[in-house]
Design a protein around this ligand. Structure first.
Ligand code: SAH
Ligand code: SF4
Ligand code: F3S
Length: 442
């Protein structure tokens, strides 16, 4: 038995892998410790999508040097996308990094821990891409969190010009429907009320040669029939593959949450073409219009890159225009940065850092008002909230509404025993910057 800690960076797929790793290690008899406690071994699940999370991995590894020198730590394992990129090059620099694993190697990690603990010279590398989706041995907690993640595919074939994901995550591999359905049922049986299906491009689920031929819409259709499931969500969608059938499904299936993350990246068709996104501004806006028609209460979030090579002021303004037109509730905005091996990193007309920074701030300012306006509209409504737990304030609880907005709500002592992990009605009384506030309705 050893004590372990997992530190997770990056997207929800990494969060899902880390949750699985933690459960699988506990099944082997190891024990998770709090983030500030000493552990016998530490696993870092890393992200390489931008320069910042990439650099964070190096500083995080450095934090464990002292403990290792004092013989308090056996090893650090580095997994995920930075591990796939850097691999065994970590070894000469950090003698205590003795395990590297890519996403396809994650399922083998629990079996490697005992040899690493007992053989101080041993180093293990699990970096090969698997030829099919690597199914992990199924492990579940006795009781699920209210919302469970299910990875339905691995990798990406799109090679957007700026993006490193296809290089570090490998080709797209869809998981078989039967395995996904079995996992989905198991989570709901253990109390999950919401399922979030994960993949780099869920709309192209089933369109690679590795799956069993099921389409994304068929998959959603079958999952939505699971008894006891209250909310079904998925991320990330790619506008080029978002089908009319899927839009129709939003109209038919109440269980599909009326919230969609649809990465725009840029509002300029010229920049979108250079990015290799295979849709233009018109097609994007058309999708939004159809989705709103199918489900009028639909809310959207998006990703935007500012300062892609060659982005002019006029291009950037087109992005601002789309923000104003669509009225996203959330916009995740990133300054373009070069990632090794990508097509965009070889382009010459790079945008200067100050210009990128200025565009980022302008965009955030525009978005702040849009969001405030949308959140303000919720005040006075009674919303159904999936309870996640208590906040640091005893009488304040937190959950999410069907649009994935954070809702904080006050609870008096007498109401407490009712609240565990279920759905409650909350009357919204105020809209703050990043959350809604309300009172529990009885
Ligand atoms: N599969 C998802 C995105 C994964 S990466 C999709 O297709 O949308 C998450 C976000 O990081 C991207 O949507 C993009 O906005 C941003 N991103 C990716 N590479 C980047 C880069 N080189 N510079 C800045 N932002 C980047
Ligand atoms: Fe990256 Fe594009 Fe694939 Fe998304 S679809 S992971 S942005 S290459
Ligand atoms: Fe990052 Fe890898 Fe996810 S690069 S965004 S952790 S797929």
């Amino acid at each position: 038995m050893a004590k372990f800690k997992i530190v997770t960076f990056g997207c929800q797929m990494n969060v899902a892998d880390s949750r699985w790793l933690s459960l699988a290690l506990e099944r082997k008899g190891h024990q998770a410790v709090e983030q500030d406690e000493l552990a016998d071994f530490v696993l870092l699940n890393t992200c390489s999508v931008r320069e910042k999370p990439f650099q964070k991995v190096y500083s995080e590894i450095g934090r464990y040097k002292a403990a290792w020198e004092k013989n308090r730590l056996f090893f650090v394992g580095v997994g995920g996308c930075v591990a796939q990129q850097v691999g065994e090059d970590f070894w000469p620099k950090f003698p205590y990094v003795r395990l590297v694993f890519g996403t396809d190697g994650c399922w083998q990690v629990p079996d490697q821990i005992d040899p690493l603990l007992t053989q101080p010279e041993l180093r293990i590398s699990l970096l090969d891409f698997a030829p099919v989706y690597p199914e992990k041995p199924r492990v579940f907690p006795d009781r699920s969190q209210p919302s469970a993640f299910i990875t339905i595919m691995q990798g990406c074939d799109n090679f957007c010009a700026y993006c490193i994901v296809p290089l570090v995550r490998g080709p797209q591999k869809s998981r078989f429907k039967s395995n996904i359905l079995a996992e989905a049922r198991a989570w709901v049986e253990r109390g999950a009320k919401e399922l979030v299906l994960l993949g780099q491009n869920v709309n192209s689920y089933g369109q690679d040669k590795y799956g069993d031929g099921t389409s994304f819409v068929e998959l959603l259709d079958e999952i939505s029939a699971i008894q006891g499931l209250k909310r079904l969500r998925f991320t990330t969608s790619h506008p080029k593959d978002l089908s009319l059938d899927l839009i129709e499904l939003f109209a038919q299936k109440e269980v599909l949450s009326p919230q969609l993350h649809l990465p725009l990246q840029s509002g300029s068709s010229k920049i979108l073409a250079k990015m290799g996104r295979k849709y233009d501004r018109k097609k994007y806006l058309d999708l939004i219009r159809r989705l709103k028609q199918a489900r009028p209460e639909m809310a959207f979030s998006t990703d935007v890159i500012v300062g892609f090579p060659g982005e002019s002021e006029a291009d950037f303004r087109q992005t601002l225009d789309v923000l104003t037109e669509v009225e996203f509730e959330n916009v995740y905005v990133f300054k373009y940065n070069d990632r090794p091996g990508t097509a965009a990193s070889k382009l010459t007309n790079k945008v200067e850092e100050e210009v990128k920074q200025e565009r980022l701030l302008r965009l955030l300012e525009v978005q702040k008002f849009i969001r405030q306006k949308l959140y303000q509209r919720q005040v006075g409504k009674i919303l159904e909230v999936l309870v996640e737990g208590q906040t640091s304030q005893v009488d304040v609880w937190r959950g999410r509404d069907n649009w994935n907005r954070v809702v904080n709500f006050k609870v008096n002592g007498a109401q407490l025993d009712k609240l565990l992990t279920d759905l409650v009605q909350v009357k919204i009384t105020a809209a703050k910057k990043n959350s809604l506030w309300g009172e529990l309705c009885l």
